[in-house]
Write a protein that binds this ligand. Structure first.
Ligand code: NA7
Length: 551
């Protein structure tokens, strides 16, 4: 039912005044939050307030301004598809969109759909508590503003809580230090500086070549060696731009049919259907073509270790070919996990960077970091690396971090931190039992980070919108996942993960292993986006099976 007491505080083009009561509150104004606002306000006619900690829209792309920041999804697939006009009027310039271009795109979306007037910027949510009597979520921001709403939707992203490792001595470091996910907006000039970078995940692999070009010297501190495929980024040709303009519907069809939401199919052949020579030729073509499509060359790369070994060995061979110093090549190619079982990076000149005179690789497996000193970083063998700046490319408290950093309390005051003490437990990644009317876009248990993100985001947002419309059309005020449905989903998600090689990597952030003390639970749903979409549609068609509806 529409809430008759809902207020509509005064609006302004620059954002909203503080506090108030709404039909729905959305936390975050990135890809998810912007579209959720559009759907609830413009399709359902709800009063909605988006609470955003930053001073602008963009989410991930607002914060991650580190050198080389770029999306690993191809630009023609890394955008919304809900509006034909939006698809037709926006043209990407490069094969992979850079951070600045994506931020321009999201600002364009905010303006085009007149979204800013319902977003409160500079509003970091610190707590949200379910008021059972009033059937309202009561939300408080850092500055003490109070909000209330029947529905609360978190659009906080999966990779927004920075992970800064607790290395002794950081507070005494005399230089400057940065986390890639909290990069200064004015940029950082590394000219003439000695820079140390910790971390060789997707971020470090993007940043190292760009930092090395500016800095006097770059020292890369590698704990776990990583695979990377050349991105082969380039400006889009007029022909490709025309192809995209003329094939929007077809491109979306492919994206919706594939497990990862990318605009290409996974080849339906086994590694062992072809001869070793044919296989090598296939890998070579994929290597030259570049990008995540390398992973799609065979259907069994992510389920059969022996199949995966052939891709892994091919890439190790490439690293040894590219990197001239054999000792450095050995450290870079000494990779201890199956290819793509951790998030597979793609790069521009990453391995080539180690051929530069001003770049040094430190193998932390041989000599771990002991401490940070006032002058730099000291490793356990006593070597001190003198540095002017340290870059932490050390990733995020992924998926649960952004949710658990807020104090969310459900029925009977149950803290989400308690409910998820042994790891996140959700139904469809969208709801937790005991937290009525709380929806988590790309929450743990949804396909999220295993996909090209706009695909699950649009699906979740539309499903949530349809669900709220369903409740309102029947005069219902609440929906809550049942504990049984949560248990069944957790078991199904575990089975899906265990059918792949993904949970076999002990130090993966998919498992929460990068954050000390975090429960080791495989968090994203590995059953594939297309299958997930079908399951969600069936749940809705059966009257929201697995949820209790009331009011
Ligand atoms: P990732 O993929 O979590 O990578 C973080 C890197 O930092 C990784 O190499 C870690 O090594 C390393 N790390 C983390 N803590 C430490 C400490 N204490 N000492 C040394 N090295 C450390 O984060 P990214 O930002 O690169 O990527 C996150 C996602 O953003 C990416 O997958 C895309 O989806 C976009 P480890 O492997 O744990 O040994």
């Amino acid at each position: 039912m529409p809430d008759s007491t809902t207020q509509h505080p005064t609006t302004s083009a620059a954002g909203q005044g503080g506090g108030g009561r709404f039909d729905a509150l959305v936390i975050g104004a990135g890809f998810s939050g912007l579209y959720q606002l559009h759907c609830l306000r413009d399709r359902l006619g709800l009063s909605v307030r988006v609470l955003e900690a930053a001073e602008g829209v963009g989410g991930t792309w607002y914060w991650n301004r580190y050198p080389g920041a770029r999306c690993d999804s191809e630009s023609h697939s890394y955008c919304y598809s809900f509006s034909k006009e939006l698809l037709e009027e926006w043209e990407w310039s490069e094969r992979y969109p850079g951070q600045a271009e994506i931020l321009r795109y999201l600002n364009h979306v905010a303006d085009r759909f007149d979204l800013r007037r319902d977003i409160r910027f500079g509003a970091r949510v610190v707590s949200a508590e379910w008021d059972e009597t009033a059937e309202l979520w009561r939300v408080v921001t850092q500055s003490g503003e109070r909000y209330a709403a029947r529905f609360l939707i978190t659009a906080v992203g999966c990779l927004s809580a920075a992970n800064i490792p607790d290395i002794p001595g950081l507070e005494d470091f005399r230089g400057r230090w940065y986390h890639t996910g909290q990069w200064p907006h004015e940029g950082v000039d590394f000219t003439g500086k000695r820079v140390g970078m910790i971390g060789t995940g997707s971020t470090g692999i993007q940043a190292a070549p760009v930092i090395a070009e500016a800095a006097a010297h770059l020292t890369v501190f590698q704990r776990t060696a990583n695979y990377s495929i050349p991105a082969r980024n380039a400006p889009l040709t007029p022909e490709f731009k025309r192809y995209v303009r003329e094939h929007h519907a077809e491109i979306r069809r492919v994206m919706h049919a594939t497990p990862n939401g990318h605009p290409f199919y996974i080849e339906d052949r086994s590694v062992f259907d072809v001869t070793p020579e044919e296989r090598r030729a296939i890998y070579e073509v994929a290597w030259q073509r570049g990008g995540l499509q390398f992973r799609a060359t065979f259907r069994d790369l992510l389920v059969d270790k022996a199949a995966n070994d052939t891709a892994a060995e091919f890439i190790r061979g490439k690293i040894r070919e590219v990197v001239k110093n054999p000792a450095t090549a050995a450290v870079l190619s000494d990779i201890d996990h199956p290819f793509a079982a951790k998030r597979p990076p793609i790069d521009t000149n990453y391995f080539e960077t180690f051929n530069r005179d001003n770049v040094t690789l430190v193998n932390l497996r041989a000599t771990p970091i002991e401490c940070i000193t006032p002058r730099g970083i000291r490793t356990r063998d006593g070597t001190e690396y003198a540095l002017d700046a340290i870059v932490f490319a050390t990733g995020f408290d992924a998926m649960t971090g952004p949710l658990l950093r807020m104090d969310i309390r459900g029925r009977d005051g149950l803290p989400l931190r308690e409910a998820w003490r042994a790891g996140p437990q959700t139904y469809l990644g969208l709801q937790a039992a005991g937290f009525p009317n709380l929806f988590t876009i790309t929450g743990p248990g949804s396909p999220s980070v295993l996909c090209n993100m706009p695909v699950p985001i649009e699906q979740h947002v539309e499903w949530i919108t349809d669900c709220i419309a369903h409740l309102r059309s029947r005069g219902l005020t609440r929906i809550e996942a049942t504990p049984e449905a949560v248990d069944r989903w957790v078991a199904h998600a575990n089975d899906a993960a265990n059918a792949s090689l993904l949970p076999t990597v002990p130090h993966s952030w998919y498992l929460g292993a990068n954050v000390p003390g975090k429960p080791r639970v495989f968090m994203p749903y590995a059953g594939g986006m297309a299958r997930y979409r079908a399951i969600c549609a069936e749940v809705a068609a059966r009257g929201y099976e697995g949820f209790t509806l009331g009011g």
